[in-house]
Design a protein around this ligand. Sequence first.
Ligand code: ADP
Length: 284
Amino acid sequence: MIQHEDKRSTDLPRLAASFWFGVIYIENYNGFMNDLFWCISYLKKYNKIENDLPPTEETLRVLMNITMPRDLGEDFYLAQDRVLTSIRERREIVDVDDLTPFEPHLYLYKGDITCLKVDAIVNACNERLLGCFIPLHHCIDNAIHSFAGLQVRRDLMKVMEAQGYDEPNGKAKITKGYNLPSSYILHTVGPQVGGRVTPQDEEDLSNCYLSCLRLADSHELKSVAFCSISTGIYGYPIEKAAKVALNAVRKYMETENKNIEKVVFNVFSENDYEVYLRSIKEAY
Ligand code: ADP
C-alpha cells in the first residue's frame, strides 16, 4: 500500500515562516508609516502649515524642499533617516566597482546619481549652496538634498555662514552624503550660460571639475561621480560641456592626482550619453 505523507505536517514550517514573515513585514511597514507621519507632522508645524496633507513620501519631500536651513534636532533626523534608509533600500543601487571603464580610471554611466554607490557624487548648485527650495523640482540639487536628508542643508548653512559670501563659480565644498549610497557630496556652482559660451564660462566649468577633484583627493577619496554640471537649467550646451569635462578630468588625473582611482561621468539622458560617447571617441 502506498504511504501518503501527511501534507499538513510538512506544510506547517512553511506556513509558520510565512506567518512570521508577514508579521515582520507589517511591523516594518507600520514603523515606516509612523516615522513618515511623524516627520510630516514635525515639518508641517515647523513650516506653520495647517491644512491636511496626505501622509506620503511625496509630501515629505515637498516639506523637506521648503524647510529653511536650521538644526532640526536629533529626534527629527533619526526619524527622517529611518524613512530615507527604507526608501533607499527599495531603490536599485549601482556600485561603481561593478562598472567597466572606457579607459583606465574613467567611467561613463547613465542613470540617477542618487543611486550611485561611490565615495563622492558631485552636485550642481546655485550660489547660495543651500539646495533647491522649489517643491519637487526636477533639478539635480533637489534630488540630492531630498534623498540625502535635511542635514546637508544644515551643514551647508554653517559652511556658508562661516564663508560670509555667496559661493563663486568653479569652487567646491564637501558634506557627508547622509542617507545617500555615496559617502560624500561635493557641491559646486557651474556657470550660467546666456546665449554664447564665453571663455570665462569655459574656465569656470573646467574649474568646477578641478576643484571637486582636488577636494576629493585631499580627503583621500578613491571614487568620484560627476553629474553634467551646468547643462540643465544653466544652459551650457552638452557637446561643449562634455569636452570641457573630459579635458579637465584627464588633465587632473595625469598631472595632479594622488588618491583618486575612479572618476565617473554620470549622465541622465540618452542624448547626453550619446554626446559623451562621441566626445570620448573624438579624443582618440
Ligand atoms: P544646472 O543648473 O547646473 O544646469 P541641473 O540640475 O539643471 O543643473 O542639471 C545638471 C545636469 O544634471 C543635467 O545634465 C541634468 O540632466 C542632470 N540631472 C538631473 N537630475 C539628475 C539625477 N537625479 N541624476 C543624474 N543627473 C541628473
